[in-house]
Design a protein around this ligand. Sequence first.
Ligand SMILES: Nc1nc2c(c(=O)[nH]1)N[C@H]1C(S)=C(S)[C@@H](COP(=O)(O)OP(=O)(O)OC[C@H]3O[C@@H](n4cnc5c(=O)[nH]c(N)nc54)[C@H](O)[C@@H]3O)O[C@H]1N2
Ligand SMILES: Nc1nc2c(c(=O)[nH]1)N[C@H]1C(S)=C(S)[C@@H](COP(=O)(O)OP(=O)(O)OC[C@H]3O[C@@H](n4cnc5c(=O)[nH]c(N)nc54)[C@H](O)[C@@H]3O)O[C@H]1N2
Ligand SMILES: [Mo]
Length: 787
Amino acid sequence: MSQPTFKPYHAPSGGWGSAFSVANILIREKVRLSGAALLLKQNKPIDGFACVSCAWAKPHPSRPLAFCENGAKATAWETTSRRCGPEFFTRHTVTELLNWTDFDLEQQGRLTRPMRYDPASDKYVEVSWDQAFEEIGRELKAMADPNEVVFYMSGRASLETAYMFAILARLYGTNNLPDSSNMCHESSSVALPESIGVPVATVTLNDLHKMDGMLFFGQNTGTCSPRMLHQLQEARERGAPIITFNPLRERGLERFVNPQSPREMMTPDETKISTQYHQVKIGGDIATIAGMCKALFEMDDAAVATGRPRVLDVAFIEEHTHGFKDFEARMRSYSWPVLERRSGLTRGAMEAAAVGYAGCERVIAAYGMGVTQHRYGVQTIQMIVNLLLMRGNMGKEGAGILPVRGHSNVQGQRTVGITEKAKKVPADNLRRQFGFEPPADDGMNTIEACEGILAGKVKGFIALGGNFVRAIPDTLRMEPAWRQLQLSVQVSTKLNRNHLVTGKVSYILPCLGRTEIDRQATGEQRNTTEDSTGCIRAWRGVAEPAGDMLLSEPAIVARLAKASLQTNAHLDWDAWVGDYGLVRDAIAESYPEIFHDFNVRMMEPGGFHRPLGASKREWDTETGKANFINPPSLSEDPDTEEGGHEQRDVLQLMTLRSNDQFNTTVYGYNDRFRGIQGTRAVILMNSNDMARLGLAEGDKIEAVTVVHDGVHRSVGPLRVTPYNIPEGCCAGYYPECNALLPVWHHAERSKVPAAKSIPVRLRKVIAFTDDPKVPIEPDPPAGVGAA
Ligand SMILES: Nc1nc2c(c(=O)[nH]1)N[C@H]1C(S)=C(S)[C@@H](COP(=O)(O)OP(=O)(O)OC[C@H]3O[C@@H](n4cnc5c(=O)[nH]c(N)nc54)[C@H](O)[C@@H]3O)O[C@H]1N2
Ligand SMILES: Nc1nc2c(c(=O)[nH]1)N[C@H]1C(S)=C(S)[C@@H](COP(=O)(O)OP(=O)(O)OC[C@H]3O[C@@H](n4cnc5c(=O)[nH]c(N)nc54)[C@H](O)[C@@H]3O)O[C@H]1N2
Ligand SMILES: [Mo]
């Protein structure tokens, strides 16, 4: 095993590092040449396929090479020529595979056959599709109460699949329809409707071209939505300032070289992305924004006193907002020393950010998991909106709010019915369309599903995508509880840990990926997605399927429905599968405002946008106005309030993605931009904290969660690595650190796990243990990491 290395990476994001990394994975995954040519079809609408990585908007007309480093990795991962067929499963018991790393599991390649877990041999055994659906249908019919079953979806499947899956669950009788969004941007779905009456971004790519300034909170663009760097680069070339708030100096937000520009690749040209970079402490955003608001009020006072133009957009505030007076009083009441302590920034830094913001007329505020995954994630988002409203940056060209969504269709799935909230279901339309009474009670979201599994109330779990047991909190408590499930069905493309944590009856159902040609009775099918900017477009797979037994996701949903539901005179599942256009007609009938004439409009080359009142200054809120909403506290975690458990040896841990992973899919062990090579078993620390806690670089520690619910949670050994991170904060990788995150440690109201602020204590590990909870120090596979 080669030694892991840690040295700062000096190159910009993009550039040659990115080009090498793409080449490497294409070679490692033995992507056929036609597969490499496939990248030319990536993000090309109508007759190309939507990237399977992030949800960032695709420009129209598209660029000749419309993919990024991580999009190419995701495509290579799906179009790999490796196969994980029945012979693999005859060679390995599930107990043996439980010791494999996430990397090694997915590295086996595409799943090709339906498999059933056989407890007697402790192996997965091939079954026919007919057998699989027959038994799953029987199990579903045998459940005492439909609410004992959870229908989970990870945000990749198309609008057509999502709609069908939601209809299946509701006809079955439950609103238990959580999705990955519950661990992700659900904080936005709760915060934004209260503030401005829409659940999603109010901006389109056109606004990004027109903005003259940007605020950027807690999102790692260079790794998680790299194509967005093109718009940021263009903004910088127009002279628009970008003001960034992030505890880490993420390379993509510092400097960028467009790997698709020969000029930039051959010369030392690079674009400086952030004009101000504020290393706020973890959970310090509410205080930071409050400081900026206070500074804006003080600047406005000075403008009034000297007769200069106002800093506040007084006309907008009067005509369009509610709650301003209370908000003003609250912001003015905060004292600078408290704001400094809570944010980790100086007064000067917060004032500089306010001055930079006030210097722009059209500002977009973007944010990601660094905001949503906190106890007060909802309230932080509402503070960001408050800041925008003060200067009228909502509902005008070049301005607005931009939650940067994760999965490529996670936003769209919510739009077409994947929701546990009964009031979001168009019950009248469903009643008319399908002649049934949709369930009236709210179902379970992800956290409630976890609690239900722990309590033994959930008996069946149908997962369409995702690696649920690995992505959720408290993984070590959840795994034994999962084993008590009567039924666990995983519709997947690759082997992952959830397949190995079995229920009493467990199935792996392999499906087509989005890059693949989907042939049905009426010919090759298109499918549709909605991106981060509410743009809905049609796509088509172009690669030959990874196996001749694979079924499409709509086909699997239809067969699950036929096996488990009574026949419905209004609904012909086979016709839907034969022609996805019929599913789109049904979507248009359920959601006419967004999807009228769906089959026609999806063929427009730039797609179409869902209507969003807030972008036209129409406020669908209780007050009929855009609302200023005061935060409950200055901290993003109520437990870290003064007087709380803020002892000097407790650090706040954030759990992060590396540049070499897509969620729980680990592509490799290098986090190039952060200078970490060959390992994921690290904890990134401030050197002052290291000195204070008596730790040296390379020491092995175990991290222990500091909570008082009587459960011992620890992960280790992790290698202490000095890093540029604020004092009192530390960082480790997700999903390895998920065992540290208690199920109940989640955002208030949205219930998004607070994965960015876990209170931990570090204990030096003297000897290595073989404890299975300890992540195995990974052996980097040959050939990976050479770039
Ligand atoms: N290559 C790649 N692309 C992806 C994914 C992937 O795993 N790999 N995942 C996809 C998915 S599902 C999602 S949701 C998105 C996730 O994309 P991101 O939203 O970028 O999520 P993270 O990688 O978790 O990074 C969170 C960022 O927030 C910062 N942060 C942490 N705590 C705080 C805080 O308290 N305040 C502030 N201001 N910042 C903070 C961290 O330093 C980090 O830069 O990416 C999507 N795209
Ligand atoms: N500690 C911590 N935990 C977190 C986060 C964090 O930042 N920190 N982030 C959270 C977030 S934002 C998210 S979105 C979740 C996501 O976490 P995951 O559940 O990991 O999400 P996916 O990437 O959807 O899941 C990967 C699996 O999906 C399957 N798959 C891939 N493509 C397809 C397909 O086309 N169809 C089907 N049916 N299956 C497919 C593959 O088998 C693969 O193993 O993790 C959450 N968990
Ligand atoms: Mo996500």
